[in-house]
Each structure stands twice: as structure tokens, then as C-alpha cells.
Write a protein that binds this ligand. Structure first.
Ligand code: M6R
Length: 615
């Protein structure tokens, strides 16, 4: 949530910062702002998208070769020009941008107000700016980098909550200061210029070297150099990493939206999730990143999968997969519930935290809670430099490439693929024979091409989506392996088209949901030719008997489905346990085309942000 970018060097800061903000816009997009230092401080900020800020700057230019900027996802204080970042301190000489939540801001604000501080916004961020400014003034002495760092350190010691910040002060013109706790912050190292950013995608065109700051790191930088220390003043054990991402990776290419590009990338992202992880000799999966011996894997008695949103739906699919392939008791819990629930877990329970970004606050908290209780906690992440990837005891990377569209697509299929590999690995240690292992591997290897063949139906799916764009609401129904896909299909539809959509197990219809069925409420049935096919057909008949339109996802060659459903989208045949990897693709395309038809902003749906780094 919220994106930060700061620049210090020899070039004009504003164009670099605006370009970076455009790349970070997926992190939040209700308002934006930018400050530069050129003798004095200049600020431009406004409600709305980065485009609005760019227009404002075109009308009222701003110059200077040092600057900080921000794109906001509102937490404290409404969406107004005043609440947009950057925020000044009391002296008007210090500005700050912030990603995170200062939980004790109200207490701090009251104390500062009692000392005469006046606030212009309702944000927690402005309180932090005032607090740092107060300490800067209080430390006294000459205007030095050390004094500014010390002021930041003192203020952050009084703060509870999360932050990724960038600060600059008029009296210390050649310096930017950044710090993080709970919200990501990257230092980009350039030639004669340096950067701070929430995410490396913002600075990918400028640098090939970065330091992923750790919680409690404080960094000060000028154009040539940087210093990193900890909140307690000690040395930070930072590492310089190579930036592998390229500008192509973070561009839309010829696609109109990131979401469509990412849907179409799935044959490749799935191949990447499998690459090097299937051993023909042992007819099993190889997941070295788990850092577990065969004996340790054999001793696992129970698995808990946790995550949020789409990652939680992947976990639900994983529950079915692990139970059926590995015969292991598996439970799924929303990370937001896990962290506060006192779930009884025996000592041989292994917890998997699943997160594309690796920065989701609830998933990170669940990981830490699980580790605190002494459980081995593993990550399934896409972002290799993320906090969850770093803090987990091991795990499996998705290697899906950047996912920028706010609606998760390729990360879902990568997560389900990795959970299938895990099922294969644990199943082969327990009861699966060599030939069963080989069969699963062969079926898995065939998946990317099967996905490619479904993608060829995008235009056909578009016509169906347009046909049903009149709908007032939509039901998504599936059973067993495809119940999680029904949930995921409904989530995709609601978040990008704002259409009311619900996902349910098909058989739950009769227990209440069926009351919602009408000609204005189409149902999407996920009904491949699997062990529950006949049951799904009966449920479809029940909907048709109540004049509900039905769109079905079925298996190629099935002639029966077309007789009961109004429209059918076919997927290639595959084993039941792999069907979520195929059935979800038409649902992603269906939601995408319907949202485009309704004129929605597919990549940046209202009220959302890609990475939810606040609780
Ligand atoms: O980065 P994460 O996988 O941890 O994100 C979890 C959810 O916030 C995310 O899946 C969200 O639900 C998506 N917008 C769904 O499309």
C-alpha cells in the first residue's frame, strides 16, 4: 500500500520521480505528491491518479535534483489534497513521505499539539513529520547529515506501527534519509545518483544494484554514497543485490492491460514454476528450498496453509491437493484470522505462508506467530527479496515474474502448481508408487500447453462476457478441487468489474444461495468431467429450473453439458487434481473481458492496492 520514490543526484528529480510513481501506482492510487529541494522546498500534491499530479506539475513546474514522492492508498484521513503526501513538519523545512501506519499517532499528535504544533491533515504521517522535525530542532548544532539521521532515529523510537519513509530537510540539502519497519524500502545505487523506493520496479531503468533494507534499518544517502545503520545506532549487515528485473518485465508490452498480459504469461510462468523441480530418476518433485531432509518431510503430521485473498484460494486448492496426493491432514486459514486465533497445532505441524508480494502484513504476522510457537514456517512467494521470503525457514519461489495488475492471476496458478509439487513430494515419501509419481509428473508437464490452448479462446470468452454484462450479480459454483476456483472466479469478478459475485460449493445452492437465482443473476458452473460431474449437472438443472442463465466450464468432448447450460467454455482433459490450473483461466478471461466491457479500470480497481502492507 502506497508507493515511495526518492531521488538524489545531478538530474532533474521531478521527471524521474513521476516515472517511478507511474510504476508504483499499483500500490495505491487515490492521491499523489512530489517535493523537490532547490534552495527551498517546493511541493505539488493532489487527489487522483499520477496523471493528475503530472498535469499539475506541467502547469506549475517544480525543479531541483533532490526529491521525494508518493502515491497513496488512504488509511488515516480521507482522500483529499491536504492528506496527500509529502507532509511538512512544524518548521516547514522538513518533508516526509510514508508507507505504513503509525498506530500511536493520536497520542503523539495530542502531545505535539500541546507543545504548539499545528496540523493541516488528518494523517498519521504528518504527525511523524512533526515528530522528526521536533527532534531535529531539539538536537541543535549545525545542519548536518548526522543530526537529521539522529532526529529520524529518535522519532522512530517513539513510534509503534509500520513505516517505510523518505525524509528531506531544507537545511541539509544534499541528503535523503530513509527507514523501514514492516513496509518495504529499497536503496537503488546509481552512478552519481541514488534512489529510495518501495519497490525496485520504480528504479529499474536507472540502476542494476540495490540494497533491500531490513526492518529497523535507517539509511542516509547523497548522490555518491550511502550509510546504513540500525534503529539502535549499530551497524546494519546489509547486502548489495543485483537487480535482475528489466524495463520489459515491468512494461505492458503490446497488451492493453497488465492483467491481460499476466493472464497470457501463464504458459511461461507455469513452466518456470516447474523448471528444475521434477526428477525423472526419483519420479518425484525436488524442492530444495524447503531445507528439509526426507526424514523431516516424513515426520510432518499436519500442514497449515495461510494467506490472503487469491493466495488463500490457492491454499484452499492446496488443501484438496495435499489431502489427496499426500494423504496429509491439511488446514487453511486466512492469515488475518490465523494471527489472532490460538489454533492448536501439534509439534509436527508445518505452516506455509503463501504470498505473491511477500509483503502482505497479515501473512507476515501469521508467519511470525507460527515461528514464535516454534513451528517450521515456509514461504511460497513470488518476490524473492520480500520480507516473507527472507524471514521464513525455507520455501519455494514462484518465479512468475512481476505481477503488476492488482487482480492476481498468474500468481494463483503458480501457487497451485507449487502446492501440487509439494503434494507429489510428500505423497512419494508416503504412499505414491514410482509409476504414480511419473504419471503426475507427466500430467503436470502437459499443463502449460493446455493453458496455451485455453488462451486461444479469449475472443470467444469475450463474446460470452459481453453477453452477460447486463447481470446484476453472478454466482460461481464448483465442487471439490473446483470449489476454490469458484471462490477465485467470484473474487476476480467483484474486484475488477464491481459486480456482486459469490463463490460457493455447488451443493450449497439448496441451502440458501438458490434464493438469489433469477434471470438477472447468471451462474458460472465449473463442471469438468470429474468425479463430481453428475452432481454438478444436477445442480445446473436446479438453477435452470429457476430460470437462471448458466455458463459452464466443461471438458472438451463433453456433449451433455451444452444441452443443460446456455454457454460452455471447454478446457482440455486433465486429472481432477490438476483441473484448477485449467478451469481458472476462462474465469480470469471472463472477468477481464466483462470488466473492460463495463469500462472499469482493470489494472487499478477502485479502493484496492496490489500489496496490502497494513493490517
Ligand atoms: O501479495 P499477496 O499474495 O500476499 O496478496 C494477497 C492478496 O492481497 C491478493 O491476492 C488480493 O486478494 C488480490 N487483489 C486478488 O486478486
Amino acid at each position: 500500500m502506497c508507493g515511495i520514490i526518492g531521488y538524489i543526484g545531478k538530474s532533474e528529480a521531478a521527471p524521474i520521480l513521476l516515472e517511478g510513481l507511474r510504476r508504483l501506482e499499483y500500490r495505491g492510487y487515490d492521491s499523489a505528491g512530489l517535493a523537490t529541494l532547490n534552495g527551498g522546498l517546493s511541493i505539488r500534491k493532489c487527489k487522483g491518479r499520477i496523471a493528475n499530479l503530472a498535469e499539475l506539475i506541467a502547469r506549475e513546474p517544480i525543479c531541483g535534483s533532490i526529491g521525494i514522492s508518493h502515491t497513496r492508498w488512504a488509511t488515516h484521513g480521507g482522500v483529499t489534497d491536504e492528506n496527500a503526501h509529502p507532509h511538512f513538519d512544524q518548521s516547514g523545512k522538513l518533508v516526509l513521505v510514508h508507507n505504513g501506519v503509525i498506530e500511536n499517532y493520536q497520542t503523539l499528535k495530542e502531545a505535539l499539539a500541546a507543545e504548539g504544533h499545528q496540523f493541516k491533515s488528518q494523517t498519521d504521517t504528518e504527525v511523524l513529520a512533526h515528530l522528526i522535525g521536533k527532534h531535529y530542532d531539539g538536537i541543535g548544532g549545525g545542519a548536518t547529515r548526522k543530526r537529521l539521521v539522529e532526529a529520524v532515529r529518535k522519532a522512530l523510537k517513539e513510534v509503534t506501527g509500520t513505516y517505510g519513509i523518505a525524509v528531506m530537510h531544507e537545511d541539509v540539502p544534499g541528503v535523503l534519509v530513509g527507514a523501514r519497519r514492516g513496509s518495504p524500502l529499497v536503496l537503488g545505487i546509481g552512478k552519481g545518483e541514488n534512489f529510495l523506493a518501495s519497490d525496485v520496479s520504480a528504479i529499474v531503468g536507472h540502476t542494476r544494484e540495490a540494497v533491500y533494507l531490513r526492518d529497523y534499518d535507517i539509511v542516509s544517502l547523497d548522490g555518491e554514497d550511502f550509510e546504513i545503520s540500525t534503529l539502535n545506532g549499530g551497524a546494519s549487515g546489509f547486502e548489495i543485490s543485483k537487480v535482475e528485473l528489466t524495463e520489459d518485465d515491468v512494461s505492458k508490452g503490446s497488451y492493453p492491460h497488465y492483467m491481460l498480459k499476466e493472464i497470457f504469461e501463464q504458459p511461461d510462468s507455469l513452466a518456470n514454476a516447474l523448471r528444475g523441480r521434477l526428477s525423472l530418476e526419483e519420479s518425484t518433485a525436488k524442492l530444495g528450498g524447503l531445507n528439509m531432509t526426507p526424514t523431516e518431510l516424513r515426520n510432518i503430521e499436519r500442514i497449515v496453509l495461510t494467506g490472503c485473498g487469491t493466495a488463500c484460494h490457492a491454499a484452499m486448492a492446496g488443501e484438496y491437493l495435499l489431502e489427496s496426493l499426500a494423504h496429509l491432514p491439511t488446514e487453511v486459514e486466512f492469515a488475518s484470522e490465523f494471527r489472532y486465533r490460538n489454533m492448536p497445532m501439534n509439534k509436527d505441524t508445518v505452516v506455509f505462508a503463501i504470498s505473491q508480494s511477500g509483503e502482505t502484513a497479515d501473512t507476515l504476522a501469521a508467519l511470525r506467530e507460527s515461528q514464535r510457537k516454534g513451528h517450521r514456517t515456509l514461504g511460497i512467494c513470488n518476490n524473492v527479496a520480500s520480507t516473507i521470503a527472507r524471514e521464513s525457514d525455507g520455501g519455494v519461489y514462484m518465479h512468475a515474474g512481476p505481477e503488476i495488475g492488482v487482480a492476481a492471476t498468474k500468481s494463483f496458478t503458480s501457487q497451485v502448481t507449487i502446492l501440487t509439487l509439494l503434494g507429489l513430494l510428500l505423497g512419494r515419501i508416503r504412499h505414491l508408487s514410482t509409476s504414480e509419481g511419473i504419471q503426475i509428473m507427466e500430467e503436470l508437464q502437459a499443463i502449460p500447453e493446455k493453458v496455451r490452448s485455453i488462451l486461444k479462446q479469449s475472443d470467444y470468452i469475450k463474446t460470452i462476457a459481453e453477453k452477460y454484462s447486463y447481470a446484476k450479480a453472478m454466482m460461481f459454483l464448483g465442487r471439490q478441487f473446483n470449489y476454490p476456483v469458484a471462490m477465485e472466479g467470484a473474487l476476480k469478478m467483484k474486484e475488477i468489474s464491481y459486480l456482486h459475485a459469490e463463490g460457493h460449493p455447488s451443493a450449497e445452492l439448496k441451502h440458501g444461495v438458490i434464493a438469489l437465482i433469477s434471470p438477472e443473476v447468471p451462474s458460472v458452473f465449473i463442471a469438468p468431467d470429474d468425479s463430481v460431474y453428475d452432481k454438478n449437472i444436477s445442480n445446473i438443472e436446479e438453477v435452470k429450473a429457476r430460470k437462471g442463465p448458466v455458463i459452464a466450464i466443461g471438458t472438451e468432448g463433453d456433449t451433455k453439458l451444452a444441452k443443460v447450460a446456455d454457454d460452455v467454455i471447454y478446457i482440455p482433459r486433465c486429472p481432477d487434481y490438476l483441473s484448477p490450473l485449467l478451469t481458472v483461466i476462462p474465469l480470469q478471461l471472463f472477468a477481464y473481458h466483462l470488466a473492460v466491457k463495463l469500462g472499469c479500470d482493470v489494472d487499478k480497481p477502485r479502493n484496492l492496492a496490489k500489496s496490502v502492507t497494513v493490517e
